[in-house]
Design a protein around this ligand. Structure first.
Ligand code: HAX
Length: 446
């Protein structure tokens, strides 16, 4: 049976002529134009990146290799007795575009298991952090510290043909991904469990082993699988994906690139929102008099308006691309309705789902008033006992690493070059707009 790497190699060979043809024969075809608002406004909506791993439709949400989230969850193989698919099967899909069969998945499970041992010095790096360090800082540093392990860097320094770059990147990616659950749970144990860690179990799959090392029973293994799968990729333009891609484009290895992507994810407008949602929710719960009190919609509305009127955003709502309820939110909501519908915090989330969108519409600023993935994910973690919400973005980071590593391997395989967009000065923009710095039309000047 061909291994994942064999299959990937076939796919790369098949794909390369398509990219070469587009550059060579159709390189001058225009795909977009850029406005001044886009140049100043974070390049929102500018079509200038390529990825085949996932595509984000504003109304439909994410598709992984052409499959919607419900299709992905339906088609991917699951561990015996599990409700959610193997994380390893998702990785296979992202990397090759194919739904793996059981033996192909088992092969990836074995690969991850073989590569899961974390070098001793990484534990020392984690242990050397002062108390109260944010887990994302520790996570990023632990990953960065493994730069010395990079197979790509060794091969590059020894001299390697460009067309083979993808191969050591694949090896590095698997080596890193396999270790992330262990690194993350060690950070969790150090920060919140007096260093009492649970050793990994090589007989479990990625999600199952993560739940085991967190010390949480079923269905937390399915929660972990669901969480890592829905957070894995969201096309290339989001901050974490773009950061990982950008850093890798200078031929930085996977450790440098994934550490950088983790830093991008750690911002409150991006991955840290899952933590912010829980902080904000608990302020609301406290205000209402504790977990046993169910607030009225009127009370929640007042709290939402107060947040907005104090110049803050409502965490977990809005999106730079999506214009509908995030299917990642919907999927977690479905899980919550069947597993934790009586949870107090879930009831709050349910009320917010009704109350927030009309308020954001009335305020008239947010282009998307609907909830995103982060509005729901922390509440599930809280329910199963992961109550240290600083840790939530680390969970997001493990999932996101699956998509970013895949993107980086393919970028190397297709020879994507150093990324280098062009910037302009404000005066240049004014000149293009036909005005001077005071807003006078240049044509009006004598
Ligand atoms: N609450 C209040 N105001 C909001 C808002 C929200 N949830 N979402 C957008 N707005 C505001 C923006 O702050 C902006 O205001 P200004 O004009 O005063 O600057 C205006 O509406 C227009 O913004 P937008 O075009 O709709 O949204 P952006 O593309 O600029 O930003 C964000 C997208 C996700 C950053 C934004 O919706 C937001 O801040 N949401 C809350 C934080 C959050 O949930 N982040 C996680 C998003 C999902 C994700 O990436 N997870 O990792």
């Amino acid at each position: 049976m061909p291994t994942l790497k064999d299959r990937l190699y076939e796919k790369i060979e098949e794909f390369r002529p398509r990219t070469r043809r587009l550059i060579k024969e159709y390189g001058d075809v225009v795909i977009d134009e850029v406005t001044i608002a886009q140049a100043i406004g974070g390049m929102r909506g500018v079509k200038s990146m390529v990825t085949d791993i996932s595509y984000l439709d504003p109304n439909e949400g994410i598709r992984y290799r052409g499959y919607t989230l419900p299709e992905t969850f339906e088609k991917l193989p699951k561990p015996p007795g599990a409700e959610m698919p193997y994380v390893e099967s998702l990785f296979y899909l992202l990397l090759t575009g194919d739904i793996p069969n059981d033996s192909e998945v088992n092969d990836v499970v074995d690969e991850f298991s073989k590569r899961r041992i974390v070098p001793r010095y990484i534990y020392d790096v984690i242990d050397s952090f002062p108390c109260c360090s944010h887990p994302m800082t520790i996570f990023s540093t632990a990953i960065l510290s493994m730069h010395r392990e990079s197979f790509f860097t060794k091969k590059y320094n020894a001299g390697i043909n460009k067309k083979d770059y993808w191969d050591p990147m694949f090896e590095d990616s698997l080596n890193l991904l396999a270790k992330l659950p262990e690194i993350a749970t060690y950070i969790y144990a150090k920060l919140y469990r007096n260093g009492e860690r649970i050793q990994s179990n090589p007989n479990l799959d990625f999600g199952g082993n993560f739940a085991h090392m967190m010390g949480i029973g079923a269905p937390y293994d399915d929660v972990a699988r669901m969480h890592f799968i829905i957070h894995s990729d969201h096309e290339s333009g989001n901050v974490s994906a773009h950061t990982g891609h950008l850093v890798a484009s200078s031929l930085s290895d996977i450790y440098l690139s994934i550490s950088a992507m983790i830093n991008g994810l750690a911002g409150p407008l991006h991955g840290l929102a899952s933590q912010s949602v829980l902080q904000w929710l608990h302020e609301l719960v406290d205000r209402m008099g504790g977990e046993n009190v169910t607030p009225s919609e009127a009370e929640v509305k007042q709290y939402v308006w107060e947040t907005l009127n104090s110049g803050q955003v409502i965490p977990g709502f809005g999106h730079a691309v999506l214009r509908k309820t995030d299917p990642r939110y919907a999927l977690q909501r479905e899980f919550s309705l069947s597993h934790l519908k009586d949870d107090t915090l879930f009831k709050y989330v349910d009320i917010l789902y009704k109350v927030v969108p009309p308020i954001l519409m009335e305020q008239g600023k947010a282009k998307n008033p609907w909830p995103n993935v982060d509005a729901q994910s922390g509440v599930i973690q809280w329910h199963y006992g992961v109550r240290e919400y600083d840790f939530y973005t680390v969970l997001f980071g493990i999932g996101r690493a699956l998509g970013i590593t895949t993107n980086i391997i393919w970028a190397r395989a297709l020879g994507y070059p150093l990324e280098r967009p062009k910037s302009l000065t404000t005066s240049m923009l004014e000149k293009i707009a036909g005005i001077d710095k005071y807003g006078n039309k240049l044509s009006d000047k004598k």
